[in-house]
Structures are given as C-alpha cells and as structure tokens.
Design a protein around this ligand. Structure first.
Ligand code: TMP
Ligand code: MG
Length: 289
C-alpha cells in the first residue's frame, strides 16, 4: 500500500490495524483530516552530520543574546533534566514536578537576559535549527489540501514561528499552541504568557484550547506526530474522534525506548531524520498516491 512502511527503520506493532486506520482515513478523504504535531525533534531534526540540532530553547541558549555565564547555567539545566525527560523507567509522578522545575528555571534565566524581540529573527537565522528533510512537501501539501496543522510545542512559540516563517512554510492552515514570550513596551522579554506547557502536560494545553478543537469538529481523523511519550496526549481536546494514527520518532536511547514506543505509537521511526514516512502516509490518505 505504502512502500515507505517497509523500510528497516519503520517499526509497527500491529500492521493490520495501521492499514485499517489508513484505509479508513483515505475513504473519507482530506476534508475529515487534521494533523497534530510536536515541534522540537519531530518537525525539526535531532541531528545533522553527527551533531545534535537545537530545540527552540537551545536556539536562544546558544545565541549571542545570552551571556557566557548564563549559557553555563542553561547547559547545566539541560544536562540535569534532559536525562530525566527521556528516562522511561522513572515514574511519571516523579518526572512531572522536575519538568516544571526545568522549564521555570530556564525561563527565569532567559528573562534575566533581557532578550529583545527584534533580535529573535536574527538568532534563528544564525542558528543550526533544521526542519526535517521533506518539510516543504509536508507543509505545502497540507496547505494545498486544506488540512489544518496544529503544532503543539513545549518549546517557545515566538522562536518556532520564526523557524517556519524563515523556511517559507508558515501557511494559513498552521496554528501553534506553545509558550509565548511576553514583551514590555520597549520590546524586552519580561515573562512568558499563559499556562506553562512542558513535555508532560500537553493534555492540559489541549483541554485549555478546546475552542480550537471545537472549530475542527468535522475532522474526526487525526494524524499525530511526536517524539516523546508526552506527545501522545496532544489530541486529547479533539471531539468525536474516529481514527487516530500516532507516528513517533525514536531519536535517542533507542534500545531502552523501543518497547515503550512500540506500545504507545502505531508507527515508530527509528533514527529517521526525514518526514518521508509521514509524507507518504499523508499523500496516500489524501488520494495523491
Ligand atoms: P517540544 O514539545 O516542541 O518537543 O519541545 C520541548 C523540548 O524542549 C524538550 O524535548 C526539552 C527541550 N528543552 C530544551 O532543550 N531546553 C530547555 O531549557 C527546556 C525547558 C526544554
Ligand atoms: Mg519534541
């Protein structure tokens, strides 16, 4: 049906079920479809030429807007909390407060740096941020077919928007739920707006944004893209869901995480830096293949 699904980096627990979901989505077509995707390490690459690519936060952390002293503190936070984020053996109740702690501490440090909003576009341009290969087809095709794309990110909305704007793919069908910066009258960062979104509370973000999902009530088929087990709850605000196809990028700690990812995601993409598989599925569902 879709040759890309036979690639050795594609892991599927229940092929018959995946096939049935995809056929059912193809039958009702693009007018009943919506896509919900995480951003960092899902739409962006995990690594390029053997070097890790930055998250939205890292784009700022590594930039000239941050003092050397602050860079060390942010790197210490990353080294402390990232292993916790990706540790599948640690119970969620223990991880949750630690994730809140990480985001709060990181945001506090960023605020101390008095970042000016006019500098964001420059640091994004100068960064090593890279969308996954195939991103243009992904964004352009969804726009062409009138399929809404929700990017649901625990990163920084202002930075994320700039990445997709500079890539020329911030089309009108794209909506973003993320942590947005609050600037004072001089354009200086003074806080972050609204409820904090971290990797493991995306469900609350989805439920708070029910009016977005309300608008999409006639689209009961959801393709969800994520790279963390926390991304699985991004569609919890969708009403009257009929089918959901969960595609997970397994970027890191492959051996330890393969089993839980295979249980949680319908399709697992192991160390695949492209959007080829999601693109092939979306083209098939929307009747292009
Ligand atoms: P995502 O929901 O778009 O994937 O964004 C969350 C990622 O951001 C998560 O994997 C951890 C990462 N992160 C940093 O790299 N630096 C930070 O300071 C914080 C708070 C998060
Ligand atoms: Mg992610």
């Amino acid at each position: 049906m879709i040759p890309e699904l036979n690639s050795p980096s594609v892991w599927i627990r229940d092929r018959a079920r995946v096939q049935q979901i995809i056929q059912s989505m193809r039958c009702t077509g693009p007018s009943t479809l919506q896509v919900i995707s995480d951003f960092d390490m899902t739409l962006t690459r995990f690594a390029y030429n053997g070097k890790r690519c930055p998250t939205c936060h890292n784009i700022l952390d590594n930039s000239k807007l941050i003092s050397e002293e602050c860079k060390i503190k942010l790197a210490d936070l990353l080294n402390t909390y990232y292993p916790i984020e990706t540790d599948v053996t640690q119970p969620m109740e223990e991880k949750l407060p630690l994730m809140v702690e990480w985001w709060m501490k990181a945001h506090e440090l960023l605020i101390e740096q008095k970042i000016h909003k006019d500098h964001l576009a420059i640091v994004v341009r100068e960064s090593d941020a890279r969308l996954r290969d195939g991103y243009k087809l992904f964004f352009d095709h969804l726009q062409d077919k009138g399929v809404p794309l929700l990017i649901f990110s625990a990163g920084i909305g202002d930075v994320l928007e700039e990445v997709i704007r500079q890539a020329g793919v911030f089309h009108p069908n794209v909506k973003v739920i993320s942590n947005y910066m609050d600037f004072d009258e001089t354009g200086t960062l003074r806080a972050f707006k609204g409820e904090l979104i971290h990797v493991y509370n995306k469900r609350e973000g989805a439920l708070l944004n029910t009016e977005h999902f309300q608008e999409l009530r006639t689209r009961p088929n959801v393709v969800l893209l994520g790279d963390s087990l926390g991304d699985l709850t991004m569609a919890d605000g969708v009403h009257d869901m009929e089918n959901i196809l969960k595609i997970g990028f397994l970027n890191d700690k492959v051996e330890e995480n393969k089993e839980p990812y295979l249980t949680a995601y319908d399709i697992v993409l192991e160390k695949d830096e492209t959007l080829d598989v999601p693109n092939a599925i979306l083209l098939y569902i929307t009747g292009q293949q």
